[in-house]
Design a protein around this ligand. Structure first.
Ligand code: NDP
Ligand code: MG
Length: 390
């Protein structure tokens, strides 16, 4: 296999995904050159990364910062501030690949910019695909084959299971889910749950937004939508399996009944590096999967009564238009409030479900045919959700 060095821009380099991507990039310096790094406000962390990777461009999206905040010794690269940082990093001529690992739907424009500039997009930011699925897939198709590679562990697993499919149709996608910290809780207790309870994820260590989504199962709801777009399947072809061991990262069922699954330890460096080095497999530095230690793999059906997020995803996909964008925006607004207030003032998990459900009803049908449509639906949904939260 050819051993070419690929150049990589990392958007959201200080986050959970971003730092793990830099960890594997440092491990394989002969294979990856990091050419752009962006963070929002973690400036000291970004400065350390710039010192270590010496990119061509670095950016802080928080508008409070300017060049005067940057130490003299780090001014060897170009510094960009505010939203322009994401735009320039996504379009940097020297970048072949763009890892979009910012959190939230603001990643959508970066994904579209990178694809329009013929970059290969390594997509961690699932909210972009949920909000603008049709637009993103159209742009990816126009950019060429395998120009949008999934980083989300389940979607990476599905993508890995599809290698060698040779045009054989997929019958079903089996999307696994750890079940999160409330897997065995009664409905009333889940509805009353607070930030501290939601942030105790049993198997994965991740950023706060996705950890909260993993507790409400909005993460799995977003992933059903993500799978529908990435793999061109109907919503009814996606089956969620509650699998608390987080060993089977997802599976594909073919017409002959064969189920091909990808297994591994819960370590995001594998799906990140798989996308970075695709189609090659390189060592991640993580521990090997010890099936003797795991011993048992269990699978249970999901419960859409205790976790109404799953039902809302299915309904939004059926409703079409911008419903998935509305669902995502309302969830982002509610989760931001939940993280800020920590369960005080009645801002509990049940309130997140109620706000998303009510926003979906009030927003009604909106189109999602263009970026303008999607941004307008997102704006409107945020306005409704914010007013519901008071
Ligand atoms: P984190 O919260 O850990 O990191 C988010 C990154 O985005 C940070 O670099 C942060 O900068 C930056 N950021 C935050 N706000 C803004 C903003 N307003 N504008 C621009 N950049 C911003 O998130 P994760 O790494 O956990 O998740 C990133 C994405 O990957 C999410 O979409 C998530 O759903 C997805 N994902 C994550 C997984 C995981 O294991 N963590 C697994 C699968 C998918 P700063 O540090 O300065 O705040
Ligand atoms: Mg996932």
């Amino acid at each position: 296999m050819t051993q070419t060095k690929r150049s990589l821009a990392v958007l959201g380099s200080t986050g959970s995904i971003g730092t793990q991507a830099l960890d594997v990039a440092a491990r394989h310096q002969e294979r990856f050159r990091v050419v752009a790094l962006t963070a929002h406000s973690s400036k000291e962390k970004l400065f350390a990364q710039v010192r270590a990777f010496r990119p061509l461009l670095a950016g802080l999206t928080d508008r409070r910062f300017s060049l005067s905040d940057v130490p003299q010794e780090l001014r060897f690269c170009r510094w960009v501030f505010g939203a322009q940082a994401l735009k320039e990093a996504a379009a940097l001529p020297q970048a072949q690949d763009v890892l979009v690992s910012v959190v939230g739907m603001l990643g959508l424009e970066s994904v579209l910019t990178a694809l329009a500039h013929h970059k290969r997009v390594l997509l961690a930011n699932k909210e972009a695909l949920v909000a603008g699925g049709a637009l993103v897939m159209k742009a990816a198709q126009a950019a060429g084959e395998n120009m949008l590679l999934p980083v989300d562990s389940e979607h990476s697993a599905i993508f890995q299971c599809l290698q060698g499919a040779d045009g054989n149709a997929v019958k079903r996608i089996l999307l696994t889910c750890s079940g999160g910290p409330f897997r065995l809780w009664e409905k009333d207790a889940i509805d009353r749950a607070t930030r501290e309870q939601a942030l105790r994820h049993p198997t994965w260590a991740m950023g706060q937004k996705i950890t909260t989504d993993s507790a409400t199962l909005f993460n799995k709801a977003l992933e059903i939508i993500e799978a529908r777009y990435l793999f061109h399947v109907e919503p009814k072809q996606v089956q969620v399996l509650i699998h608390p061991q987080s060993v089977v990262h997802s599976a594909v069922e073919y017409e002959d009944g064969a189920v091909v699954a990808q297994l591994g330890t819960p370590d995001m460096r594998l799906p990140i590096l798989y996308a970075m080095a695709y189609p090659e497999r390189l060592p991640t530095g993580g521990a090997a999967l010890d099936l003797f230690a795991v011993r048992e793999l269990t699978f249970d059906p999901p419960d859409a009564v205790r976790f109404p997020s799953l039902r809302m995803a299915e309904e939004s996909l059926l409703a079409g238009g911008a419903a998935c964008c509305v669902l995502n925006a309302a969830n982002e607004v509610a989760v931001n409030r939940f993280l800020a207030e920590g369960g005080g003032g009645g801002m509990t998990v049940g309130r997140i479900y109620a706000v998303v459900e009510e926003t979906l009803q009030r927003a009604g049908h909106m189109p999602a045919d263009s970026l303008t449509d999607v941004l307008e639906a997102d704006r409107r949904a945020r306005e409704i959700a914010t007013s519901l939260l008071g």
